[in-house]
Design a protein around this ligand. Structure first.
Ligand SMILES: [Zn+2]
Ligand SMILES: [Zn+2]
Length: 372
């Protein structure tokens, strides 16, 4: 076995340590609450039963959402975002960055891309050899491009992104409920043990620690949970909160924001009955996202994507939509969101220039070639 391979295996193994730590704490908390507190300490049967029912409800929801966050594979860009074989070979042989960009611009004409690099170039991952869809980023820990990547979370040993963002939020929510419930119900027994109203038994040690651990986790989870709720309301990923996405009109931290209600629906879906369940109900396919700068007119065959302002390249208009793009753009969610967005009057006409509809395709080739 090559040394790098061994190192990689060790890294993968070590990455599970935080998850195992959390799992052990959760197992101990289960034992401490159910056995030491409910069975050995609480005298009233009625209180025991009520505590046990609510404890198990929050425990099941917490473990379920934690499990889904850990074991849901991150979503990757689809085949449409890979360069065709011939173009890829040309790209690899090409040494000049401007010529490489030209190859990318040409390939990107059939893709629904609205974001660019800070320098106005097409976002391309050399490692995965793929054009990055909007909001997609390469995770060095997972060594792959992850759709709508939020962050790599060591506590779940997984990337939090399009495929599991809802599960991650629910995991935070249910762990908060779990800890709050434990802290609130343990408090009176904590005080009784502390003031020697209950005899010194083994349960004392467990109950005291249970309260401290639950209270400590409550505080740390609460801050993270409120931050992510704020991000959901703004339709920003953690990465975008630190570095605003760059559109044709420049960087715009609210570029993907469609208004509070629609932002929530993007992550949790339309149907409120599924919001609290760790089932995948996020809108869209993770490859394209409605933006407040962009509108697509289904009546027209072409879409113009514009270069960023500091790019010398002229506007590049796109030829009739390929099958893949048709599929991507005809995504119900995408079309609906854009339409709803226009219908509720939040769409700003002044910004609609980011995408212009064109009937002629010839202009594309001309503008591209004059650029090179
Ligand atoms: Zn990548
Ligand atoms: Zn990752």
């Amino acid at each position: 076995m090559a040394p790098t391979h061994v190192l990689r295996c060790c890294q993968r193994g070590l990455a599970w340590i935080p998850v195992i730590f959390i799992a052990l704490v959760v197992c101990w908390s289960y034992y401490a609450y159910v056995v030491e507190l409910c069975i050995f300490t609480i005298p009233s049967n009625g209180e025991k039963i009520i505590y046990m029912i609510f404890f198990h409800l929050s425990f099941v929801m917490f473990v379920w959402s934690y499990w889904k966050t850990i074991f849901t594979m991150p979503a990757n860009p689809s085949k449409e975002f890979c360069l065709p074989k011939a173009e890829k070979e040309r790209y690899e042989k090409e040494e000049r960055p401007e010529n490489q960009q030209e190859i990318l611009w040409r390939a990107a004409t059939s893709l629904p891309l609205y974001t660019r690099t800070g320098g106005g170039a097409i976002r391309y991952c050399d490692r995965c050899q793929v054009i990055k869809p909007d909001r997609c980023h390469h995770c060095s820990a997972c060594d792959m491009c992850v759709l709508k990547m939020d962050h790599h979370c060591p506590w779940v040993n997984n990337c939090v992104g399009f495929s599991n963002y809802k599960f991650f939020i629910l995991f935070l929510a249910y762990s908060l409920v779990y800890c709050l419930f434990i802290a609130a119900t343990v408090l009176q027994y904590f005080i009784k043990f502390w003031t020697n109203e209950l005899p010194d038994t083994q349960a004392k040690f467990h109950v005291l620690f249970l309260f401290f651990v639950a209270a400590m986790f409550c505080i740390s989870i609460l801050s993270l949970f409120s931050y992510h709720l704020w991000l959901v309301g703004k339709n920003r990923s953690t990465i975008e909160a630190f570095r605003a996405p760059v559109f044709r009109t420049g960087s715009d931290k609210n570029g993907f924001s469609l208004g509070f209600r629609k932002n929530i629906a993007q992550v949790f879906g339309d149907q409120k009955k599924y919001w609290l369940l760790p089932l995948f109900t996020s809108q869209g396919d993770g490859l394209t996202f409605p933006t407040r700068l962009v509108s697509a007119d289904p009546e027209q065959g072409t879409v113009t994507l514009n270069a960023a302002p500091n790019n010398s390249a002229a506007d590049i208009s796109v030829s009739p939509l390929s099958d893949s793009q048709n599929r991507l753009l005809s995504n119900d969610q995408h079309a609906n969101s854009v339409e709803d967005h226009m219908a509720d009057g939040t769409f700003k006409p002044a910004e609609s220039e980011a995408v212009t509809m064109m009937a002629e395709n010839e202009a594309v080739t001309i503008s591209m070639e004059s650029e090179s």
